[in-house]
Design a protein around this ligand. Structure first.
Ligand SMILES: [Zn+2]
Length: 377
C-alpha cells in the first residue's frame, strides 16, 4: 500500500500545477497561455492569438481607474467582472458545460469538454466551492489575476478574455501573498518528534521522494512510519490500526513553543480508507518564538494532551500517533509553515539539529525518503 494523506482526493485524475509558478513563465504578450496539468500527461500549453481589449473597455478601465484607485492601483473591467462572476456561478453550480461554452474556440480545441469537465470536477473534489473571488491586478495588461478562496484552498486564478468576451486563458495555482513572511528554513533547533527509530516514507525535494511537494504549505512535509527488518510498517496483515507499529506511539514537542491550534475528536480510519472531510485529522500546531509553525497531523482520536494557548517544552508529550483525516495508514505527518493558516501558508524546509540517520550521526540535516531516523540520546 502506498501511504497517502494529501488534501487531494484519491480518485482525482488531475493535479493542479503548483510547481510552475514563476511569474515570468506566464508570458502573455501576443498570446494567452493555458497551463493545466493532467496526471500522466505533460503540462498542456496552449497558445492562441490574443487581441487587445477593445477601445471601449480601455476607456471604461481608464475612466474608472481615475475615479477609484484601490490598493492595487487597478480596477477590474466590466467585461472581466462579468466573465469571472459567471465562471464562479457556473463552477459552484457544477455547470461545467457552460464554462466550456464560455471558452474561445482555441481553448475548446485545446481543452475539450470531457477534459475540461474532469479538470473542474477534480478541482472541486480537492478544493470545494468558490467562496470569494477578489480581483488583484492585471498582469502585462493582458490577463486578470484573482485571489480566489475555495472552501479548502486558496488559489490564484488567472483569466484571460478575448475581445468576444470568451475565456482564452486559464491558469490556477496556489495563492502566494507577497506580504507574508518569507522563510526558507527553520532557525529553531529541533529534535525528532518521537522516540525510537522511525522511517521516512515521504520526504525530500523531488516528487519521487516526496509527493507533498505540489502542495504549497506541505511542500517540505514528512510522512513518517515505523518499519521492521522486512520493510513492513505492520506486524501481521495491516488490516487494523493496532497492527501498525506507529499506531499509539508517543509524539513529542521537537522544541519549546506555544500551542496555537488543537483539533481532536476525529475518528481514526480503517487502514486504506481516507477521510478527506478534514484532511489533517486530529492535529496540533506549535508556534516557535521565531514564528515558525510546526504542524502535526493524524493523531489518534482523543489522545492529544496539550491545549491551545499552552506553552510546551522540548520533549513534552503532544499525543499519540494515529490514522485520522486523509490518512491511509497510521503515520506522523509533520511539516513547518510560515503562518498558521494552512490554506494560505508556504512550507518551510525542516532541518533537525542532531539525529541518527541510517546509523550515522548527522547535524542540521533534513532527512529524505527511506532513511531510518532517531534522536541521539
Ligand atoms: Zn503527509
Amino acid at each position: 500500500m502506498v501511504l497517502t494523506d494529501n488534501i487531494k482526493a484519491t480518485n482525482s485524475a488531475f493535479a493542479i500545477d503548483g510547481v510552475w509558478s514563476s511569474a515570468d513563465s506566464f508570458v502573455v504578450k501576443e498570446s494567452s497561455v493555458l497551463r493545466i496539468k493532467f496526471c500522466a500527461e505533460k503540462p498542456k500549453t496552449v497558445t492562441s492569438n490574443y487581441k487587445e481589449p477593445n477601445m471601449i473597455d480601455k476607456l471604461i478601465l481608464i475612466t474608472l481607474t481615475l475615479l477609484t484607485i484601490n490598493v492595487f492601483g487597478q480596477i477590474e473591467s466590466s467585461t472581466y467582472k462579468i466573465v469571472a462572476d459567471k465562471f464562479v456561478e457556473n463552477y459552484n453550480e457544477n455547470d461545467f458545460k457552460s464554462i466550456f461554452d464560455s471558452f474561445s474556440l482555441e481553448m475548446q480545441s485545446a481543452l475539450p469538454l470531457d477534459k475540461a469537465t474532469d479538470f473542474l470536477k477534480g478541482l472541486k473534489s480537492q478544493a470545494g466551492q468558490i467562496t470569494k473571488l477578489q480581483f488583484v491586478k492585471y498582469v502585462n495588461g493582458t490577463y486578470a489575476s484573482y485571489k480566489t478562496n475555495f472552501e479548502r484552498a486558496l488559489f490564484t486564478v488567472n483569466i484571460s478574455v478575448d475581445n468576444n468576451s470568451k475565456i482564452n486563458g486559464l491558469f490556477i495555482k496556489p495563492f502566494t501573498d507577497e506580504n507574508l513572511p518569507k522563510m526558507e528554513r527553520n532557525i529553531t533547533k529541533l529534535q525528532l518528534p518521537f522516540n525510537g527509530e522511525w522511517t521516512v516514507f515521504w520526504g525530500g525535494d523531488t516528487k519521487e521522494l516526496n509527493y507533498h511537494i505540489e502542495n504549497q504549505a506541505q511542500k517540505n512535509a514528512f510522512d513518517i512510519v515505523i518499519k521492521d527488518e522486512k520493510g513492513n510498517s505492520f506486524r501481521i496483515d495491516g488490516i487494523t490500526n493496532e497492527d501498525y507499529y506507529a499506531f499509539g506511539k508517543e509524539l513529542i514537542a521537537p522544541c519549546d513553543g506555544e500551542i496555537v491550534l488543537v483539533v481532536d475528536g476525529i475518528k481514526d480510519n480503517k487502514p486504506g480508507e481516507l477521510n478527506p472531510m478534514y484532511a489533517p485529522g486530529n492535529s496540533v500546531i506549535i508556534k516557535t518564538d521565531k514564528n515558525e509553525y510546526l504542524f502535526f497531523a493524524h493523531f489518534k482520536q482523543n489522545t492529544i494532551k496539550v491545549k491551545q494557548g499552552q506553552n510546551v517544552k522540548q520533549g513534552e508529550l503532544l499525543g499519540l500517533c494515529g490514522n485520522s483525516g486523509n490518512s491511509s495508514e497510521p503515520h506522523l505527518h509533520f511539516h513547518i509553515q510560515n503562518i498558521e493558516d494552512m490554506n494560505a501558508a508556504t512550507g518551510v524546509k525542516c532541518y533537525f539539529d542532531k539525529l541518527n540517520v541510517n546509523g550515522q550521526i548527522k547535524t542540521d540535516y533534513s532527512p529524505i525518503k527511506n532513511e531510518k531516523i532517531s534522536n541521539v540520546k
